[in-house]
Design a protein around this ligand. Structure first.
Ligand code: SGN
Ligand code: CA
Length: 521
């Protein structure tokens, strides 16, 4: 190529990159920051309408980006959700059906593809997939569920203990890596917090937060489970199944142990004993009033349930203050270093959580509070600012979205869809009209189940003995208290939803033997 042509080609290249805003060189390719928490319910995020708390930094992200009002998971439990996010595939294909499964790290994941295409990749915080992280230039993860105070991390294979509070440590590790990364490359960083996972141990700075609050109970708190017999067997109630020491931080040697929760008597002392003397002192001072109240009150059963609920909310929401601060710090770093414009930041959780709806805590069920997960995406100039997106999106969509944003081909085997067509003015007509859910884990009295959710209806098939079905009209009954399955006027609707479910099972290659009892009505 002679000099004249070279100048012409270079100038055109420059022009094209300006016009298309499609960066040609690695340096200009967008960065991706994928922030995920553990068990953060949309009911505890102010931009989702929380009447419990304020999350100013998450709200700010929603103002600057897009909030998805209908983001759902495919299998509402930790390790399965993480495997879905990495692979873009349902649990039966990525091999992680429940928390006991070991992730086959030879699988194709979005971090591996990004890395192979010039990205520098990192993960800090919760991993929970048992095998070692692969596809990352840097990884520093919590073993298993991780600990709140002075946690162990596995730093590139090496056991390391950090002094401090887990949410702050995870944030600092992320910021440190951002500072040290190879700035000639675009980056993808996963910041996956442990909080606000059970047993909800807050930073000692926030132990007096919400002391004066009486949290309102959700509308379905006193659900009597009529028409949903299996709900009477679950072991997740706030009234009966939480532990005085582990959950409520009140030491009590004579209180009965909640065996069903598999929480040993020494679980709480073990985490307390990890604390430094200063942490321990601040912790004990922080709970003096709660402990006093417990021992000085002769609770009626109703009062005790209310006390349990208030204690649960206080600590759960306190851990979220640190999460929200972390999001503020990460975004502030990006802004300060001129990275905010060219970085897609996503905030989500591994699933939703029950904050007293149906009288329970935890997740697992296909009911709204657990099926739904928060999802906020910010990418200035590319994602429309301040918009609330109503499209039904899923965690199988994350991997394809990240690849698409990075300009990397999406493997045909990934089952989700890139969300980029929804980034401007969403055309809901050409988007999916139903989501498929399948839960496999054993325990806590929650049966295996699967189902389909459309904009207005939800059909669930529980693998109880005998099998049972539930149908909810979500517009008329948003709290899912009235099971309409079997009502003659819904026969047509049920048929339609069963057909939809079958079509989705074919589409997602759900093994045939699992498609039992589909036709009984
Ligand atoms: C632990 C928790 C449970 C929780 C599971 C799964 N108990 O066993 O409440 O359902 O993890 O959570 S704990 O008191 O020991 O924390 S998940 O987020 O990992 O799926
Ligand atoms: Ca979780």
């Amino acid at each position: 190529m002679n000099l004249k042509n070279f100048i012409l080609v270079s100038a055109m290249g420059l022009l094209m990159s300006c016009v298309n805003r499609q960066p040609e060189n690695a340096k200009n390719r967008p960065n991706i920051v994928f922030i995920m928490t553990d068990d953060h319910a949309t009911q505890a995020i102010s931009c989702y309408g929380s009447d419990l708390n304020k999350t100013p930094h998450i709200d700010r992200m929603a103002d600057q980006g897009m909030r998805f009002a209908n983001a759902f998971v495919t299998n509402s439990i930790s390790a399965p959700s993480r495997a879905v996010a990495l692979t873009g595939k349902y649990s039966h294909l990525n091999g992680i059906k429940d928390n006991h499964d070991v992730f086959d790290s030879t699988q194709v994941t979005f971090p591996k593809l990004l890395r192979a295409n010039g990205y520098e990749t990192a993960i800090v915080g919760k991993w929970h997939l048992k095998s070692r992280p692969s596809g990352f230039d840097y990884w520093n993860v919590l073993p298993g569920q991780g600990l709140y105070y002075n946690p162990e991390f596995i730093k590139m294979g090496k056991d390391t203990v950090y002094e401090g509070y887990v949410t702050d440590i995870t944030t600092d590790l992320a910021l440190e890596w951002l500072e040290k990364r190879n700035s000639d490359k675009p980056f993808m960083m996963m910041i996956h917090h442990k909080a606000p996972h059970r047993n909800w141990m807050p930073d000692t700075n926030y132990l007096d937060k919400y002391d004066e609050r009486q949290f309102p109970k959700p509308a379905s708190f006193y659900d009597d489970y009529e028409g949903r017999e299996h709900m009477k067997d679950q072991k997740l109630t706030i009234a009966e199944h939480m532990d005085i020491a582990w959950d409520f931080k009140v030491p009590c040697d004579t209180c009965p142990i909640k065996k069903v929760n598999r929480i040993p008597r020494n679980a709480y002392p073990v985490v307390l004993n990890r604390m430094t003397p200063q942490q321990r002192q601040a912790w004990e001072e922080g709970y003096v009033e709660e402990i006093k109240k417990f021992y000085s009150t002769d609770f009626t059963p109703e009062e005790r349930t209310d006390w349990n609920f208030q204690r649960y909310m206080e600590d759960y929401l306190r851990t979220i203050i640190s999460v929200d601060n972390s999001i503020g710090k990460i975004n502030q770093y990006l802004e300060k270093h001129g990275l905010a414009e060219n970085t897609l930041v996503i905030y989500t959780s591994d699933q939703g959580f029950f904050l007293g709806e149906h009288g329970i805590f935890d997740k697992r069920y296909m009911y709204e509070e657990s099926l739904r997960t928060p999802l906020i995406m910010k990418y200035p100039g590319k994602i429309k600012k301040g918009l609330v997106n109503e499209a039904m999106v899923q965690n199988i969509d994350f991997a394809p979205t990240f690849l698409d944003v990075a300009g990397v081909e999406i493997p045909g085997a990934m089952q989700g869809r890139s969300l980029t067509p929804l980034f401007r003015v969403p055309d809901l007509e050409s988007w999916r009209d139903a989501v498929y859910y399948r839960f496999y884990a054993n325990g806590w009295g929650v049966p295996k189940h699967h189902g389909v959710r459309t904009e207005n209806f939800k059909l669930i098939h529980f693998e109880t003995d005998p099998n049972s079905w539930e149908l909810y009209n979500l517009k008329e009954d948003p709290h899912e208290l009235n099971n309409l399955y079997g009502e003659p006027e819904y026969r047509e609707k049920i048929r339609e939803l069963k057909d939809k479910m079958e079509a989705l099972e074919d589409k997602y290659q759900i093994p045939e033997e699992k498609q039992d009892n589909k036709n009984e009505n």
